[in-house]
Design a protein around this ligand. Sequence first.
Ligand code: DQA
Length: 146
Amino acid sequence: MRILVLNGVNLDVIGRRDPELYGGLGISELETRLYDWALQLDCTVRCRQTNHEGEFIDWCHEAYEWADAVIINPGAWSHYSWAIRDAVELFTVPVVEVHLSNILEREEWRRFSVLEGSVSARIIGKGPDGYREALEFLVAADPASA
Ligand code: DQA
């Protein structure tokens, strides 16, 4: 099972952001963990991060051709990018939305996500371990692993 992990704007600097909210890991430590977890769970991950919305969307388009599942954290784009919502809606494979922090209990403007209703699962506020939970969810849902 090939899983795309797509992190969006400002996720490259999570190591500098409030560790209480974001878990204190840098993006490369997070990605290293993801590669380790993928080995343990017998799947393959490809991790990508960008601060450019068009690139993020291009990677979605590319992934239509190869990914068996997607984990997506668009960062602040989650709260207003209908272009990302449109791109995510075109996936025919499961997509899990992850947020490190608990957006549902933060500022009003963070509580809404454009991805609501277009993803298979949402894992919110569990820090870096939320990505592991997303991987476990996707592997368990994979018909090939039954
Ligand atoms: C985030 C939450 C967003 O509100 C914020 O803009 C981010 C990260 C999270 O993972 O908690 O950059 O998506």
